[in-house]
Design a protein around this ligand. Structure first.
Ligand code: HEM
Length: 127
């Protein structure tokens, strides 16, 4: 009856395009690349699963990995305010690159700002 944000965004294909465009940028970003694995295939696969359920689509991430506990899963990585900004900048550019527009884009981005802030676990000068 009501469309989920996942459906409104364009479903599986659009999530996949967004995540691929995002990690292309992460791989080249001087603040982010050093803390990510060289091969981002598995990271991208998990992020597609996660964003699908984050947007109200099928709970693919939880089905395979259990409760996301995102902050806990990020604790091994020093996430500074600069890295959170960089992450969001890559996402913003990825959204532009795939031509994602409209209210669903804006809502998703606003929510990602909050989630990214929540991931910060390291002050700027300790990285
Ligand atoms: C995993 C960094 C924000 C979702 C990771 C990994 C790193 C990372 C280094 C591990 C990659 C790997 O080992 O494969 C960051 C940084 C962020 C950030 C610097 C800046 C704030 C976010 C946000 C979300 C998110 C906002 C959700 C929308 C995920 C997911 C994984 C992940 C789902 C995979 C977890 C797993 O191993 O199952 N992130 N992240 N991250 N991140 Fe982030």
């Amino acid at each position: 009856m009501f469309q989920s944000p996942y459906e409104a965004l364009g479903g599986e294909q659009v999530v996949a395009k967004l995540v691929d465009a995002f990690y292309e940028r992460v791989a080249k970003h001087p603040d982010l690349a050093p803390i990510f694995p060289k091969d981002l295939t598995e990271t991208a696969r998990k992020q597609k699963q996660f964003l699908t359920q984050y947007l109200g689509g099928p709970p693919l991430y939880t089905a395979e990995h259990g409760h996301p506990m995102l902050r806990a899963r990020h604790l091994p990585f020093p996430i500074t305010p600069t890295r959170a900004k960089a992450w969001l900048a890559c996402m913003h550019e990825a959204m532009d690159a795939i031509g994602l527009k409209g209210p669903v884009r804006d809502e998703l981005y606003q929510r990602l700002i909050l989630t990214a802030q929540h991931m910060i676990n390291t002050p700027e000068d300790e990285r």
